[in-house]
Design a binder for this molecule. Structure first.
Ligand SMILES: [Zn+2]
Length: 186
């Protein structure tokens, strides 16, 4: 992916003084600079986190109730709030979307995503297990379920989640009688 590509709408005004932003070369890179106060508007990727919650060899997935990819299955995940640790984000998003209280086990992977909808994202996914709560479809989800590796739905929402499931399969060869099939975003 081209991480510097700006495929989200470009801001036009300075968030500090409402002056007009204009492209300007700074350290050999084009930046948006306020023409009034000189503020440099850095366009950064959005950061999201979530978890692959495993329970007796099965994985928790939620069916998305909202765009992007409404109706498709995904790992519970969402955007980091300002001031939150990334671990807190993963735990909160799982609570909101699945009703489950979880404990994080390991870092599963960090995925760079170029989303048509959100632009450049960094997604941090943990492996985790349940410690409380009850599985239910919460915020932004229309359904939630537990799936064995052989029963995973084909209509997964995001390429990065497919990759995460493959990465999980590699760490748990005992769970798979044959290699994890190559999921594709449909
Ligand atoms: Zn300004």
């Amino acid at each position: 992916m081209q991480s510097n590509e700006q495929n989200i709408s470009t801001p036009k005004f300075c968030p500090h003084c409402a002056g007009r932003l204009a492209p300007q070369m700074i350290d050999e890179k084009e930046r948006l600079v306020c023409q009034e106060c000189g503020f440099i508007f850095y366009i950064s990727p959005k950061v999201a986190a979530g978890a692959l919650i495993e329970d007796e060899g099965r994985v928790v997935l939620v069916r998305r109730g909202i765009e992007p990819r409404a109706g498709y299955w995904a790992l519970p995940s969402g955007f980091a709030e300002y001031g939150e640790t990334i671990e807190e984000t993963a735990i909160r998003e799982c609570r909101e979307e699945t009703g489950l209280e979880i404990e994080l086990d390991d870092l599963l992977g960090v995925y760079s995503v170029n989303s048509d909808f959100y632009g450049h994202l960094i997604l941090v996914l943990y492996s985790a297990h349940m410690v409380g709560g009850e599985l239910m479809a919460g915020d932004d989800a229309s359904e939630a379920g537990l799936f064995a590796p052989a029963e995973l739905p084909k209509d997964l929402a995001f390429q990065a989640h497919c990759q995460a499931l493959r990465d999980w399969g590699k760490t748990r060869p005992d769970r798979f009688s044959k290699p994890v099939r190559s999921w594709r975003r449909v």
